[in-house]
Design a protein around this ligand. Structure first.
Ligand SMILES: Nc1ncnc2c1ncn2[C@@H]1O[C@H](COP(=O)(O)OP(=O)(O)OP(=O)(O)O)[C@@H](O)[C@H]1O
Ligand SMILES: [Mg+2]
Length: 338
């Protein structure tokens, strides 16, 4: 079976490693533990895992263990019998039973209470469950996939997570790297989201200016893909021009890619002597050849203008180009009266 990674965008080396594991593990019934910072796409990955499994036409049942109070969580997971507690007016199956034959997704497993962890472990080991207030056990055929943004090994060390359950869940660990480690994927995703939002908002397609691209790549993205997605939606609503210029980016992104730092980097480069850019520089920035050259050109144009105190004739001379060519280049970048 070829792997269906529909919806997961990105082709960076770190993500390709994840696809490789996914491809191997999806068709098996092994328990998978997905870790990664918030917004890295854990849920998307788990859904892809189910879609590519033998269980794909059986139920996919997610449950967010961090969002449900402890007393309710137990009956949500295992179901209850009539009269098991005050409001149990009818018997009800839990998520384990609902997922029979399919996949149960235990999201935010790190938030689960220790006493419930024991019951999960038992269900995993015995492949059977008991409803709250029930007296009989039921066999269930469920593949469990769990996700967490906590460091579960540290939680184990701190006594907040059961070691035995950790090992039982961690049969196949899959770590989703943060967006800032995915280099070129940042721009691929940015353009993908922007394209989608422009269609959705019924506005002409927007372009991201090369300088803005460089800033997006050097920003640290603490909220990962979710932050990038929300930010692209905001641009599709608020940005007035067809080009996303550096000044359209939020202050925190501008600050992160801030001038003082850049100047320092430039100084370091200068003091180390001149070096032509190499392929690795391009790769590090996550830019295509055209965008990389555009970025270099834009820097030289801006510097020449600055040195010529804005006098275009003089700047053109410094650059060895015609005044009209300079103006054309500036116009294309919306830098004409900057
Ligand atoms: N590689 C990707 N390609 C396309 N969209 C992505 C990708 N990764 C994440 N997303 C989108 O980003 C958003 C957050 O992803 P998701 O909910 O899967 O993250 P998460 O790791 O489960 O986050 P949390 O820990 O906060 O629950 C979703 O809208 C998802 O569709
Ligand atoms: Mg999630």
């Amino acid at each position: 079976m070829t792997l269906n990674i529909d919806g997961i965008i990105g082709n960076s080396p770190v993500l390709r490693e994840v696809y490789k594991i996914l491809e191997k593990v999806a068709p098996t019934d092994s328990t998978v533990l997905v870790s990664g910072e918030s917004g890295t796409g854990k849920e998307l990955l788990v859904r892809a895992l189910h879609k590519n499994s033998r269980r794909h036409d059986k139920p996919f049942v997610p449950i967010n263990c961090g969002a449900i109070p402890r007393e309710l969580l137990e009956s949500e997971l295992f179901g209850h019998e009539k009269g098991a507690f005050t409001h149990a007016i009818r018997s009800r199956p839990g998520r384990f039973e609902l997922a029979d034959g399919g996949t149960l997704f235990l999201d935010e497993i790190g938030e689960m209470d220790l006493s419930l962890q024991v019951k999960i472990l038992r269900a995993l080991q015995e492949k059977e469950i008991e409803r709250v207030g029930g007296t009989v056990t039921k066999k269930v055929d469920v593949r469990v996939v769990a996700a967490t943004n906590r460091d579960l090994e540290a939680e184990v060390a701190a006594g907040r997570f059961r070691e035995d359950l950790f090992y039982r869940l961690n049969v196949i660990p899959v770590h989703l790297p943060p967006l800032r480690e995915r280099g070129e994927d940042i721009l691929v995703l940015a353009e993908y989201f922007l394209r989608g939002f422009c269609v959705e908002k019924d506005r002409p397609q927007m372009q991201i200016a090369p300088r803005s691209k460089a800033m997006l790549v050097s920003y640290s993205w603490p909220g990962n893909v979710r932050e990038l997605e929300n930010f692209m939606e905001r641009l599709s609503i608020l940005c007035e021009g067809q080009q996303v210029l550096p000044e359209d980016l939020p202050e925190k992104i501008q600050r992160d890619a801030g001038m003082p730092g850049q100047e320092r980097v430039q100084q370091i480069v200068l003091s180390a002597g001149f070096a032509w850019p190499e392929l690795k520089d391009m790769r590090e920035k996550g830019l295509s050849l055209k965008d990389f050259l555009d970025e270099i050109e834009e820097r030289l144009l801006t510097e020449a203008l600055k040195e010529a105190s804005g006098v275009k004739n003089q700047a053109a001379e410094l650059l060895g180009i015609k005044r009209t060519t300079l103006i054309e280049k500036l116009k294309k970048r919306n830098l004409l009266d900057a």
